[in-house]
Design a binder for this molecule. Structure first.
Ligand SMILES: Cc1ncc(COP(=O)(O)O)c(C=O)c1O
Length: 424
């Protein structure tokens, strides 16, 4: 290991001025200073290299600094780094909009760009509410959402999480109230869910769900059959179905989009994270023709009143187009299958530990759930992973692996072995 200090000069100077995400700043550990990252390796200031098991919150699906994306981004920066989408057009956003509609589930024809997943959800919620408003139905303005769900940190998405359990409970008095329910999973709970939906449908604009995998709310899985049945009940009751594929989209669960596995076509789909291959911020809210057409009239007030300054940023769209090239040219879905098989095989042994209550795998997602660990224990695990030169960041009661799809067999084994060893 090199003799350089673990903390960089720039970090020491800037630390008194920066405010970090989800962090108690009073006693937090100094974050590890990174100088560069390539494929699945993060290079630290002190010379160490960490094998990355979480792909920067599940976004860097082709690994870091993929040369194809880098080349396209550099070319775009030189040509046109940014231009507003209101009244002006640029090639990358228009090409991307068309390409996205060609690969998502059938029926999604229109793409509204924004700059983060949270905003994509805000836009979806506004689309659903205004859809009914434009049809002179002013009562349908609530949402159904699910316990253990997570849809982002701005007002609309925050209101879609369990108000009592979520990390956003400080804002309960400030947020709109929604219908938060458990994901039904058997005949009895489906009957309950169905009669609830029937009873509240006149006040409900839409339902928002992370299909197949609830991510940041605890990495809980549900089956494609459950998803399909929820969809069926909502459609029967005239409720707009919003699929939050921000984490699941672009292959993470084993198919390009999780909704495909259930054979359903949502009315609105939100994408983000891996959209640019994790290169920079970009999100998209896709809608069907039926949703879109409810905004068309001779009255300017029926238009969708939303427009982030950096929506459809050309650099981000160039990165996203390059990322789609890679999905076309490289065998990503095969790689995801291989990762799934390896995770199944190599994480299974963690089941024997007395503090492990579940091990579950879906696509390129491996989860080891612990029995009520303390915060201190989780922080201790985080430190131990770093000592092993892997970047894994357990939270709540779970240790999870969600690597780039380009990870090698050896690197993935190093991650699974580290999980086994720190639990031993
Ligand atoms: C399913 C889901 N929806 C929405 C978001 C919010 O995305 P962003 O962090 O880009 O605002 C996330 C982020 O983790 C997510 O996992």
């Amino acid at each position: 290991m090199s003799e350089k200090p673990a903390i960089a000069e720039w970090e020491k100077e800037g630390f008194g001025h920066i405010w970090l995400p989800y962090t108690q700043m009073k006693n937090c550990l100094m974050p590890l200073p990174v100088v560069s990252a390539s494929n699945c390796s993060i290079k630290l200031e002190d010379g160490r290299e960490l094998i990355d098991g979480i792909a920067s919150w599940w976004s860097a699906c082709h690994g870091y600094s993929h040369p194809h994306i880098t080349e396209k981004v550099i070319r775009q920066i030189k040509k046109l780094p940014h231009i507003m989408l209101g009244g002006l057009a640029h090639e990358q956003a228009y090409i991307l909009a068309k390409r996205l509609t060609e690969i998502v589930t059938p029926g999604l024809e229109r793409v509204f760009f924004s700059d983060s997943g949270s905003v994509a959800i805000e836009v979806a919620m506004k689309m659903a509410t205004q859809f009914w408003f434009n049809k002179e139905n002013h009562k349908k303005n609530k949402f159904i959402c699910f316990r253990n769900g997570y849809h982002g940190d701005t007002m609309g998405p925050m209101s879609l999480t369990d108000p009592d359990q979520s990390m956003h409970k400080a804002f309960n008095n400030y947020m709109p109230k929604q219908y938060v329910v458990d994901i039904p999973n058997d005949e009895y709970s489906f009957a309950e869910f169905s009669s609830l939906v029937e009873g509240i449908k006149k006040t409900v604009a839409g339902i928002v769900i992370e299909p197949l995998v609830q991510g940041a709310g605890g990495m809980k899985f549900h089956s494609a059959d459950i998803l399909a049945e929820i969809y069926r009940i909502c459609k029967k009751n005239d409720i707009i179905f919003i699929a939050d594929e921000i984490a699941t989209g672009f292959g993470r669960t084993g198919s390009m989009f999780a909704c495909e596995e259930a054979g359903i076509s949502p009315d609105i789909m939100c994408l983000g994270k891996a959209l640019t291959g994790g290169t920079c911020g970009l999100a998209a809210t896709l809608a069907t023709k039926e949703i879109f057409e409810a905004f068309l009239s001779d009255n300017p007030d029926t238009a969708l009143m939303h427009g982030p300054t950096f929506m459809g940023n050309p650099i981000a769209c160039a990165a996203a187009n390059a990322s789609l090239d890679l999905f076309e040219k490289e065998p990503r879905l095969e790689q995801i299958n291989r990762i799934e098989e390896q995770l199944l095989e190599e994480l299974a042994s963690c089941r024997k530990f007395s503090n492990v209550i579940d091990v579950r795998i879906k696509g390129a997602i491996g989860v080891v759930q612990l029995n009520k660990p303390s915060n201190e224990y989780i922080l201790e695990l985080r430190k131990k992973f770093i000592e092993k030169n892997v970047w894994l960041r357990p939270f709540g009661d779970i240790i999870y692996i969600m690597p780039a799809f380009t990870i090698s067999k050896k690197e993935l084994s190093k991650l699974t072995k580290s999980v086994y060893e720190v639990l031993s």
